[in-house]
Design a protein around this ligand. Structure first.
Ligand SMILES: Nc1ncnc2c1ncn2[C@@H]1O[C@H](COP(=O)(O)OP(=O)(O)OP(=O)(O)O)[C@@H](O)[C@H]1O
Ligand SMILES: [Mg+2]
Length: 251
């Protein structure tokens, strides 16, 4: 308890790689399943996808007795509220994080940052992270863009000692089950040769990642109020990914 609050960002300049999705799923698993205290700062102006997701989640709970009961049950079992989501411009994120940190006993703060590194405040905020996790997929263009991103972070922030970053790790996301493992092994070797680290846990490509709690009853996947439904958790690797991340960040 009272360990330092860890600042973490799922970040890359490439759009649509799963920054927001992984932030929500990992934050949810840590907060609702593993019992950590989490906050999320949604800096992805102007979409603010996480704040908007929270709005839809709350509406769904308010309008449906099943989810209302579930929320109540969760609240009484866990004896804590849903995690806080703040939305902000990237340039104000650290100020907000420090205020959150002072107000409560937080284990993790996740930052969902815009991919455009020239947005004011993005680099400064990235430099304040303890860990950066970069989602990638097995696609040449994605990998080239990722290498640009990681070199920039390495050269400007990590090796200069001008940052707080203790690790930058890649995460395979949207892994096609039909792709052969040797392909990923070859990529993993190339990545290792570049001195980059990639997580062992791969996140599969699956349509459940596009599911929220709207419409389908009892099937919660991407939600800011509940963890991934147990029946859907299997095969999503969210639990495995959360555990591997905890190992890396020493929590
Ligand atoms: N493992 C996965 N399997 C299938 N779909 C996925 C997976 N991860 C993410 N997606 C989907 O890919 C899309 C992009 O994901 P997401 O919005 O999380 O990416 P992002 O990096 O935050 O994008 P942006 O750059 O727009 O902020 C979403 O529709 C999401 O549901
Ligand atoms: Mg996003």
């Amino acid at each position: 308890m009272n360990k330092e609050t860890l600042f973490i960002a799922f970040s890359t300049q490439k759009g649509g790689m799963g920054k927001t999705t992984l932030s929500v799923l990992i934050a949810g698993h840590l907060h609702y399943v593993k019992g950590y205290n989490v906050a999320v700062i949604d800096c992805d102006y102007p979409q603010h996808s996480i704040r908007e997701l929270r709005k839809r989640d709350v509406q769904q709970v308010m309008s449906d007795n099943y989810y209302k009961r579930l929320a109540h049950q969760q609240f009484t079992t866990l004896n804590k509220k849903a995690y806080t989501i703040e939305s902000s411009k990237a340039a104000d994120a650290i100020g907000i994080a420090e205020a959150l940190q002072q107000a409560g006993d937080l284990d993790f703060i996740f930052f969902d940052l815009p991919g455009t590194l020239n947005t004011p405040g993005v680099l400064k905020t990235l430099a304040t992270m303890d860990y950066i996790f970069t989602p990638i997929s097995a696609d040449r263009i994605v990998l080239e863009s990722t290498l640009q991103f990681t070199s920039l972070i390495n050269d400007n922030l990590i090796t200069t000692g001008k940052s707080n970053i203790k690790g930058l790790h890649l995460i395979w996301n949207m892994v096609d089950g039909r792709e052969k493992t040797p392909l990923y092994d070859a990529y993993d070797n190339a990545i290792a040769e570049l001195g980059l680290e990639v997580l062992k846990t791969k996140v599969p490509d699956s349509k459940k990642f596009r599911k929220e709690i709207v419409s389908e009853r009892k099937m919660i996947f991407r939600s800011t109020l509940f963890p991934v439904d147990k029946s859907l958790r299997k095969g999503s690797n969210i639990e495995e990914l959360t555990n591997e991340i905890c190992q890396i960040v020493n929590r």
